[in-house]
Design a protein around this ligand. Structure first.
Ligand code: KIV
Ligand code: NA
Length: 276
């Protein structure tokens, strides 16, 4: 397998080959995903919840994103690494947005950044694209707008909202995004959008009509116990496996079963004799 680039994304859409993307936030997980052949790794600002224990993504800083993306990049050889721009790192001005996107690329080695929203951040996206930094868009449920949206709600159900989403997707294509995440929108709407833009759409809670799919790794591995959204499929129950492993370890340490002699190091009798 060859290194993935933004050009690969476009070629895959043209060939009708689905694009796979998963989130990762650290070196060891990135290495597993990369070796397993995932096309792209997203260092999502979902790390605010999965890694840092916040309620939403709003508190995540650019330093948090850089810290985790550096680790992911070290564990990745072939996947395209995309780093989320966190809340308030691109909302103030185009200058600010380019400076922050540039910092992310320079300090982490990520290949691209992801930005939430359409027309409201048009000038910021244009400026980042002009700096030769590939931008992935993100429409539909955009978690950084949680307060403005009034919760994590499915988007694009009304005619007005649906039409607006189609327009926003076309705008992102026009201003040079290389791909668009579509989050929590009706399956049929995501299909229409995917057919009407030439750049690949990556769906999460948006159905099989998208050109690719993304999931949060903790969700798909069954590591998030509190809440599982409708669009998540569990491909493993690692939460259960880890719980069992930790319980067994604790009981074996307490009972003296672990460590066994096979887990220990030897000293020669000659040395030992001199000790007492
Ligand atoms: O932060 C994230 O993990 C994301 C994906 C869910 C698309 O933005
Ligand atoms: Na995100």
């Amino acid at each position: 397998m060859a290194k993935k680039t933004v050009a690969t994304f476009l070629e895959m859409k043209q060939k009708g080959e689905k694009i796979t993307m998963l989130t990762a936030y650290d070196y060891s997980m990135a290495k597993v995903l990369d070796r397993a052949g995932v096309d792209s790794i997203l260092v999502g600002d979902s790390l605010g919840m999965t890694m840092l224990g916040y309620e939403n993504t709003l508190a995540v800083t650019i330093e948090d994103m850089i810290h985790h993306t550096k680790a992911v990049k070290r564990g990745t050889e072939e996947a395209l690494v995309v780093c989320d721009m966190p809340f308030m790192s691109y909302h103030i001005s185009a200058e600010d947005a380019v400076a922050n996107a540039g910092r992310i690329i320079k300090e982490t080695g990520a290949h691209a950044v992801k930005v939430e929203g359409g027309s409201v951040v048009e000038k910021q996206i244009r400026a980042i694209v002009n700096a030769q930094i590939p931008v992935m868009g993100h429409l539909g449920l955009t978690p950084q707008s949680v307060n403005a949206m009034g919760g994590f709600l499915v988007q694009g159900k009304s005619e007005e909202q649906a039409k607006l989403l189609i327009e926003e997707a076309k705008l992102l294509e026009k201003i040079g995004c290389f791909s668009i995440v579509l989050e929590c929108i009706p399956e049929k709407l995501a299909r229409i959008i995917s057919e009407h833009v030439s750049i690949p759409t990556i769906g999460i809670g948006a159905g099989a009509g998208c050109d690719g799919q993304v999931l949060v790794i903790q969700d798909m591995l069954g590591l998030t116990s509190d809440f599982s959204p409708k669009f998540v499929k569990h491909y493993a129950e690692l939460g259960v496996s880890i719980d069992e492993a930790v319980r067994t370890y604790c009981s074996e340490v307490k009972s003296g079963v672990f460590p066994a002699l096979t887990h220990t190091f030897k000293i020669s009798d000659a040395v030992l004799e001199k000790l007492y």
